[in-house]
Ligand binder design. Structure first.
Ligand SMILES: CC(=O)N[C@H]1[C@@H](OP(=O)(O)OP(=O)(O)OC[C@H]2O[C@@H](n3ccc(=O)[nH]c3=O)[C@H](O)[C@@H]2O)O[C@H](CO)[C@@H](O)[C@@H]1O
Length: 366
């Protein structure tokens, strides 16, 4: 199955695409793949690192308020569609897939107008603008949560889960910990602010860093986000240095393995991470980003909290002492950890990638 795939801006749209590529290649090793993204998005860095051919189009997102920029965006959309059509005609795929982010707009629209089968994937409970627009043209809409099916046309919408869940469910946790050179026999806490890092979480971690030596049974793996790394390191060093029980990274490229090895995650509430957490049955403390469309991260996070899988802390409540106290309260209580694990696992959809692959087969060989 030869596939053109597009998804971008942040990791939450890119990693589901990469997971789906892995699944297709597992079934059909000879498949050819072309990834179309933007130069500005994280995909221009992540995708070539995976050895996947990458082409870009130039496109920006719509502003929700009235703005002249939107007129420019429409012009860019038509130009990007023309380029996407050229790339698709040259590549001749069997199917074109979009995994969200505005770059999918011109790519999936171009494919549909060329008569090529298309599928889009939605990660969040509340869908993004691009996917809502594309759902009119796509042959299939694969959603992660049954709750989002009502936003899309009936008859072509299927609940599959997020393909990244499948990848994470098969990961080797021991290899993840070894790759980070962390000491053995600890309880491991991963702190990460989504795929780009989060200033508010970084500030809380800087506050709690000097107190971590009081918790020698725990090892903290802390991901700052690429753009925040230098400043955060400087702040931690100015307070007496990196604690012995802390490992700091700007970004983790083997995240599935690392997630499979840890005991607790502190994170934003982005949908791809949540698919991963639930596939593994991992207890979590979630600090939803308040800066996203329709406050959708809080809805994602509260959904897990209601099921008993997570503890949600809002950004306005967040500080270093509260975060450290919550981490300790969960890890000290093994019965609570077990309950959270089971609740998370019950929400996981580890066969998501296979379900989407079957949908792709159905639309390419109707
Ligand atoms: C600010 C913003 O618009 N955020 C959105 C974005 O979040 P964001 O891009 O942060 O997405 P998620 O938190 O959902 O997923 C991040 C992905 O990046 C991976 N990862 C992250 C850090 C790292 O060091 N290494 C690594 O591999 C994770 O394993 C995961 O697969 O897309 C999500 C859709 O999925 C949405 O729900 C979020 O609201």
């Amino acid at each position: 199955m030869d596939i053109v795939i597009s998804g971008g801006g942040t990791g939450g749209h890119i990693y589901p695409a990469l997971a789906l590529i892995k699944e297709i290649k597992r079934h059909e090793p000879g498949s050819r793949v072309l990834y179309i993204g933007t130069e500005k998005g994280l995909e221009s860095e992540i995708v070539p690192k995976e050895g996947i051919p990458f082409e870009s189009v130039y496109i920006t997102g719509f502003k929700r308020s009235l703005s002249f920029e939107n007129v420019k965006t429409i012009m860019r959309f038509f130009k990007a569609t023309r380029r996407a059509k050229r790339l698709i005609r040259e590549f001749k795929p069997d199917v074109v897939v979009g995994t969200g982010g505005y770059v999918c707009g011109p790519v999936v629209y171009a494919a549909s107008s060329l008569g090529i089968p298309t599928l889009i994937h939605e990660q969040n409970v509340i869908p993004g603008l691009t996917n809502k627009f594309l759902s009119r043209y796509a042959d299939r809409v694969a959603v992660t949560f049954s709750g989002s099916a009502s936003y899309f046309p009936q008859g072509k919408t299927v609940v599959t889960g997020n393909p990244r869940a499948t990848e994470v469910a098969h990961a080797d946790g021991r290899a993840g910990l070894v790759s980070l050179h962390v000491p053995s026999g600890k309880k491991y806490v991963l702190i990460v602010g989504g795929s780009r890092g989060a200033k508010a979480i970084n500030e809380a971690v800087i506050q709690m860093a000097p107190k971590l030596c009081d918790y020698p049974a725990y090892h903290f793996i802390y991901v700052t986000g690429e753009v925040h790394y230098d400043k955060t390191m400087e702040a931690i060093k100015n307070q007496g240095g990196v604690p012995e029980n802390m490992t700091i990274r700007p970004f983790i490229y083997n995240m599935p393995e690392v997630l499979a090895g840890i005991d607790l995650i502190v994170n934003r509430a982005g949908a791809s991470f949540l698919a991963e957490i639930t596939a593994l049955g991992l207890p979590s403390i979630l600090i939803p980003s308040p800066y996203v469309t329709n406050n959708h991260q809080e809805k994602n996070g509260r959904w897990l909290e209601e099921q008993g899988a997570s503890r949600v802390i809002t950004e306005s409540q967040l500080n270093g002492s509260l975060l450290l106290a919550e981490i300790d309260a969960i890890l000290r209580d093994s019965a609570r950890v077990d309950r959270m694990r089971q609740a998370a696992k019950a929400l996981g959809q580890p066969n998501a990638a296979t379900l989407i692959y079957k949908e792709l087969q159905a639309i390419t060989c109707p």
